[in-house]
Design a binder for this molecule. Structure first.
Ligand SMILES: *[C@@H]1O[C@H](CO)[C@@H](O)[C@H](O)[C@H]1NC(C)=O
Ligand SMILES: *[C@@H]1O[C@H](CO)[C@@H](O)[C@H](O)[C@H]1NC(C)=O
Ligand SMILES: *[C@@H]1O[C@H](CO)[C@@H](O)[C@H](O)[C@H]1NC(C)=O
Ligand SMILES: *[C@@H]1O[C@H](CO)[C@@H](O)[C@H](O)[C@H]1NC(C)=O
Ligand SMILES: *[C@@H]1O[C@H](CO)[C@@H](O)[C@H](O)[C@H]1NC(C)=O
Ligand SMILES: *[C@@H]1O[C@H](CO)[C@@H](O)[C@H](O)[C@H]1NC(C)=O
Ligand SMILES: *[C@@H]1O[C@H](CO)[C@@H](O)[C@H](O)[C@H]1NC(C)=O
Length: 251
């Protein structure tokens, strides 16, 4: 079955933390390592009504890119906050108000096609240590199979785990799209791109949604969905940023 990456974050935080998780945590993301916001200073946390919601990326001083599915049934613009310049989830750094939320008009909440959204900030970010812009991959660029990119997030270390405190980073290779489609029950559209190892073991997970996948210094993907996390032959699925450039940079 198709399982959006944010599902358990919802369960954890909306259902009053009644959901228990198995095992002991070692690393977060799955098999990642600690990351500093000084290195990944384009990464931000998006909060809704005082609770961590999703990751995001700074693409201009005024625009944050995230996944559209993060915004489902969260219509109140004034409840969104963007937290930058911190390596620790929901703690410290700088907080920015959101003036407008834009889901992609073609976003499909069943298939997650066009899973991209933009948050327009109330003021320009002041760029500095821990806060910088990441360029997006140009329109039409396709990442070659096997090419490795880095994904960052405060998500769980395994399917059903809790959020992490310290930002995590993991390297994942581009996975062949046809092969990826063959292994997933839900459709992998032309607006999606898969990353992961044949044997699994490294992946994004619950709570990483909306966060950046960066290839050679360019934002190439947005954490979108997966079948659980890091399973063999179940690569993670990301929104293909090079197909979303017009939407992202529209005035
Ligand atoms: C990762 O960061 C956490 C929290 O900041 C810290 O407790 C842990 O020791 C760090 N792990 C490594 C391997 O540096
Ligand atoms: C925001 O959170 C408060 C409790 O902290 C809750 O009472 C309220 O219903 C929430 N509002 C929305 C729109 O989720
Ligand atoms: C999902 O999309 C359909 C069709 O656009 C819409 O009718 C429905 O209300 C949406 N569901 C949610 C939870 O946003
Ligand atoms: C915000 O930054 C943009 C460039 O990204 C600039 O054109 C605009 O004047 C700035 N606005 C303010 C209020 O500083
Ligand atoms: C996950 O978070 C809940 C609520 O804070 C806590 O009770 C539980 O022990 C945590 N689980 C792990 C494995 O850390
Ligand atoms: C996948 O796409 C096909 C063809 O467009 C469609 O018939 C099918 O319903 C889709 N499957 C899912 C799970 O969305
Ligand atoms: C982490 O990697 C190890 C070795 O590569 C693997 O055995 C383990 O299953 C991975 N952890 C998860 C949660 O997938």
């Amino acid at each position: 079955m198709f399982r959006p990456i944010w599902l358990c974050v919802l369960v954890l935080f909306v259902k009053n933390l009644t959901w228990s998780s198995p095992g002991q945590l070692e690393n977060r993301i799955v098999n990642g390592s600690n990351a500093s916001i000084r290195t990944f200073s384009y990464h931000v946390g998006i909060e809704y009504n005082g609770t961590y919601l999703c990751g995001g990326s700074i693409v201009t001083p005024r625009k944050i890119v995230t996944a559209s599915h993060c915004l489902i049934e969260r219509p109140f613009v004034n409840l969104y906050k963007v937290r930058g310049a911190t390596s620790i989830v929901s703690t410290g750094g700088l907080i920015f108000d959101v003036e407008e939320i834009r889901q992609h008009p073609l976003f499909n909440n069943k298939t997650y096609d066009f899973d991209v959204a933009v948050l327009i900030l109330a003021v320009n970010l002041t760029l500095g240590p821990g806060i910088r812009v990441i360029p997006t991959q140009p329109k039409g660029v396709e990442i070659p199979d096997g090419y490795t990119c880095v994904v960052t997030g405060w998500g769980a270390a395994y399917w059903g785990g809790n959020l992490t405190k310290q930002l995590q980073v993991v390297t994942v290779p581009k996975y062949n799209t046809q092969r990826c489609a063959g292994f997933h029950d839900s459709n992998v559209t032309d607006n999606m791109v898969c990353f992961g190892y044949e044997e699994g073991g490294k992946d994004a997970c619950n709570g990483d949604s909306g966060g950046p996948l960066v290839c050679n210094g360019y934002l190439g993907g947005i954490v979108s969905w997966g079948r659980e996390c890091a399973l063999p032959q179940k690569p993670g699925v990301y929104t293909k940023v090079s197909n979303m450039v017009d939407f992202i940079f529209k005035d």
